[in-house]
Design a protein around this ligand. Structure first.
Ligand SMILES: *Cc1c(COP(=O)(O)O)cnc(C)c1O
Length: 232
């Protein structure tokens, strides 16, 4: 299967899940999670009409930027972002989806101010409370959003989550529903319902995420094929 065929199949599945939740395919933004896939693969996904590409590692992103991998599509940052790399991402990624600490908010604010821009971000929720994962605990997220709102060079467009790896089919659904509830609450109480993105769902569970309210999904292997971790 080519990237373009994979994308077409995913678009169909997105359309069905969107309909099941009273929405249209065009209401769902499809982000290609292109980590470990080369510039040619990125270009093929853009050619096939992907809405955006999301990268996890700063070094890889900069390398692929030099190869013009993202020309024609918005670039998002979706991976764990170290504070000392923020400078290289602010103003480069149109949306930083993985902002999961107030220290990171402060650092993004500082560099966005320096560059004279407002950086769009999502707050990442560590919905499973996993020690190895970054993100705000669900019960911290409201306060984090309140704090982010005070930062003039940051605009919060919504929430993002990566739930714990599910051990059974549909195992992510309760987590998706929990983050959806947080999204609705914060959006209404703090942002006058101005949020834009609820980013959740990956190759194995994007339909569940859409049915639970996601309007942005991040799909990697189902578009690009299995990642070859052995080669790096
Ligand atoms: C890799 C990745 C994805 C996509 O994962 P797949 O299972 O390959 O679809 C989505 N979101 C984040 C944050 C990722 O790191």
């Amino acid at each position: 299967m080519t990237i373009s065929e994979n994308l077409a199949a995913i678009r169909q599945r997105i359309a069905l899940a969107a309909e099941e939740s009273g929405r249209k395919a065009s209401d769902i933004t499809l982000v290609g999670a292109s980590k470990m896939n080369d510039a040619d693969a990125c270009r093929a996904a853009i050619e096939a009409g992907i809405d955006a590409l999301g990268e996890n590692r700063v070094q890889e992103m900069l390398q692929k930027l030099e190869e013009n991998a993202y020309d024609g599509a918005p670039l998002h940052f979706i991976g764990h972002l170290q504070r000392n790399k923020v400078r290289q991402v602010v103003g480069v990624a149109s949306l930083i989806q993985s902002v999961g600490s107030t220290a990171l908010l402060d650092e993004i604010e500082r560099h966005a101010e320096k560059r004279g821009i407002v950086q769009d971000i999502l707050l990442e929720v560590n919905v499973g409370g996993e020690a190895a994962k970054s993100g705000f605990a669900p019960e911290e997220t409201f306060a984090a959003a309140q704090y982010a709102k005070t930062l003039p060079h940051i605009r919060v467009l919504g929430l993002m989550t990566v739930p714990p790896i599910a051990s059974e089919a549909h195992g992510s659904v309760p987590y998706f529903e929990k983050v959806r509830a947080l999204y609705v609450d914060i959006n209404e109480k703090l942002f006058h319902n101005g949020f834009v993105y609820l980013s959740m769902g990956m190759s194995d569970d994007f339909e569940d995420a859409i049915r639970a309210g996601a309007n942005m999904v991040r799909v990697g292997s189902a578009i690009f094929g299995a990642r070859n971790y052995g080669s790096v």
